[in-house]
Ligand binder design. Structure first.
Ligand code: ADP
Ligand code: MG
Ligand code: ZN
Length: 476
């Protein structure tokens, strides 16, 4: 019997406002505990919240970028519950009428695209942070009252891999519009993952569990992979899935039960009396739309149209705004955009991944990359040498001509120099020469490799190949 995986994600995003959502306290990260607090965010009786306009604007910016419908009226609700990190005993949130609803996030699956629907986006305040010690707990209220945006997906995600892609696509959009640091380690982006299984073809959703405590996108994927297998095992043994919240344990790579939903509280939501509902004015919307940058999706379509990139290549390049900008700056200097894309997605991206750095850290001016590409085209250097040259440029911040001159990396095309290398290779590898003469054509690949090695990658490959063949056939 085979099952189908159903996943829905709830993302909490800390908006990068200067001050908290209902008071004037600073939102700086990493300050001494309890230094960024006031009567409002400490929940003192008689203190009153005042909505931070910027938080609302940033929330609406996200809503527009996710193609949501924005509410005409802004309302807040109280979500009542007791917990030591919540001094008021209620959280100001949005319940029945969230800031925005019914959006979309496109994820790329190979050359195909899939739309994941966004159910709702709402604004709320964060809680304080508890630090549990051996016999006591400490509390820091600096986080209390930080502006949070909750982004909830429909259960349209069908695998842990898709969940990963959804988060990556969402993060890319959020970085484009510059509303949050999106840093999972620092907690400015948090994700709860809901997952259930159902028999293939069935319409009803199965009983879900909710997983918390992942601190990277990869962690979310791993937790979901584990949980999918766990649920499948339970179902196949004829058991039932308990609706519960589970914690991911990254050390063990497993999910463990935290609390069951039967104990779930009734939050007694009711309209927040201290913040009167108000109309979401057209003027706010206009301001936001005006400073909206070109988003990844339209940018991708433009790159396909203007530069002739494939859907996949364009998707990879636009997923990071800096890389997309870099690509366009290079495209102004060098006429073959496909070649730029290949270098970006190949050696450059690999380098950034390996060193965990961003485009901006590379010290690789567009003039330098395009200069190098022109040197390949003119035959000044080989494509093989360019790979080493690129890394050298990135690490030293120097231009390609300089490095080539200093290190003597020019391509070798003159017949005499090639001849010397070829003759040596032939005399040093009699076995391969025999093989070739005996009809094993592939032996020439090996010999060419040796020629390249001898010339440190500088031999003009076409010319060297031609000369090598001639010599082996005895007519040189
Ligand atoms: P809860 O009340 O437990 O928070 P919601 O209905 O509000 O549940 O949904 C929270 C998230 O869980 C949403 O992202 C939604 O898409 C997802 N979800 C809801 N039901 C299921 C299910 N049966 N399987 C997987 N995901 C689900
Ligand atoms: Mg939930
Ligand atoms: Zn405050």
């Amino acid at each position: 019997m085979s099952y189908e995986i159903v996943i829905g994600l709830e993302v909490h995003l800390q908006l990068n406002t200067k001050s908290k959502v209902f008071c004037g306290c600073s939102t700086d990260f990493g300050s001494e505990p309890n230094t960024q607090v006031c009567p409002v965010c400490l929940g003192f009786p008689g203190s009153l919240p005042v909505l931070n306009r910027r938080a609302l604007e940033l929330g609406a910016k996200v809503a527009i970028a996710l193609k949501c419908q924005i509410a005409k009226k802004i309302r807040f609700d109280r979500k009542n519950y007791f917990y030591p990190d919540l001094p008021k005993d209620y959280q100001i949130s949005q319940f029945n009428q969230p800031l925005a609803q019914r959006g979309n996030i496109a994820i790329i699956l190979g050359e195909k695209e899939k739309n994941i629907r966004v159910r709702r986006v709402h604004l709320e305040e964060d809680t304080g942070k508890l630090f549990h010690q051996k016999d006591s707990s400490l509390i820091d209220f600096n986080r209390s009252g930080m502006p949070l945006l909750e982004i909830v997906s429909e259960p349209d995600i069908s695998s842990p891999e898709e969940a990963y892609l959804y988060l990556t696509a969402l993060k890319s959009i959020l970085e484009y519009i510059d509303v949050s640091d999106c840093n999972m380690e620092e907690g400015s982006l948090r994700c709860d993952a809901n997952i259930s299984l159902r028999k293939k073809g069935e319409k009803e959703l199965g009983v879900k569990t909710e997983i918390k405590n992942m601190n990277s996108f990869r962690g979310v994927k791993l937790a979901l992979e584990y949980e999918a297998v766990r649920q499948k095992d339970v179902l196949e043994e004829g058991g039932k899935i308990r609706q519960e919240t589970r914690l991911y344990n990254p050390g063990k790579g497993v999910t463990e039960p935290m609390r069951s939903k039967e104990e779930a509280h009734d939050y007694r939501y009711f309209p927040e009396p201290d913040l009167a509902p108000f109309d979401f004015g057209e003027d706010i919307l206009k301001t936001i739309e005006k400073d909206m940058p070109e988003l990844p999706e339209p940018k991708k379509n433009r790159f396909i149209k203007d530069y002739g990139l494939s859907n996949y290549d364009a998707g990879v390049i636009v997923s990071d705004r800096e890389t997309a900008d870099y690509f366009e700056r290079c495209a102004k200097l060098y006429k073959n955009p496909k070649i730029i894309a290949n270098w970006l997605m190949g050696d450059i991206l690999a380098y950034m991944k390996e060193k965990s750095v961003h485009m901006r850290d590379l010290n690789l001016k567009p003039e330098r990359l395009s200069g190098m590409l022109k040197m390949i085209d003119s035959g000044a250097i080989t494509g093989k040498i360019a790979k080493t040259l690129l890394i050298e440029m990135i690490q030293t911040g120097r231009g390609p001509e300089d490095i080539v001159k200093e290190k003597g990396l020019e391509q070798i095309t003159d017949a005499d120099s090639l001849e010397i290398a070829i003759r040596e290779v032939i005399s040093e590898n009699p076995k391969s020469v025999e093989d070739f003469k005996g009809g094993k054509d592939s032996a020439i690949m090996f010999l060419m490799g040796k020629v390249m090695q001898k010339t440190k990658g500088r031999a003009n490959p076409n010319k060297a190949n031609e000369m090598l063949r001639k010599r082996l056939k005895g007519d040189a």
